[in-house]
Design a protein around this ligand. Sequence first.
Ligand SMILES: [Zn+2]
Length: 231
Amino acid sequence: MKHIRKLHTRKRYLLKLYQMKRLSLFLFLIFSLKIHAQKLTAKEKQIINGINKQMPQTMQLLEQLVNINSGTHNIEGVKNVGIILKKEFDNIGFTTEWISLPDSLKRAGHLVAHTKGKQGKKLFLIGHLDTVFEPDMPANPYKKLNDSTATGQGVVDMKGGNMMILSALQALHKLGLLKNTAITAYFTGDEEKSGSPDSVSRADFIKRAKQADIALGFEEVIIYFEFPATE
Ligand SMILES: [Zn+2]
């Protein structure tokens, strides 16, 4: 009992800490975006316009991905999400690879998309294909609740984050800004419950991450901002 109470207190504390962190991140994003919105260069405005313009396709693809069950143990579902994302990265000039894992791990594997070049920092953008929702759980298809909010399995964690990575890179590609860059987008297929042992399921991820200058995770950060048009 004491142990349980202790655990609950700790859980509450962690939840509080998490909520505070989320709030401060949210506020930071709002303030930094507001400040930066006034200082954007012409090129940055073009990128934002590109992202806004392709928003209908972005949302359509998000819906498609959310409606594919990709619980960590649903190997076929995780692979299907990967196949769709792979095509999108192929279309914008990325080299794509599927990293298979030994059968004993019972996991789908990972999708890697990368460009090779010498311009700028080497970026490592992190997403994942799986969700915590297995096929035997109640279905919750994608549903738009209002202009800026949607519900569905994995819509936040983290198919929305995956779409942020893709949409930003699509906009950069359209403006020819991906030439000679070194960007790796890595989508693990077992983030929610990694295949055991980690030394095998994460070997390729760690090897590639170590080659990067900057790593950015897009987990659970989905804040939709409609920037003013800047034609
Ligand atoms: Zn996640």
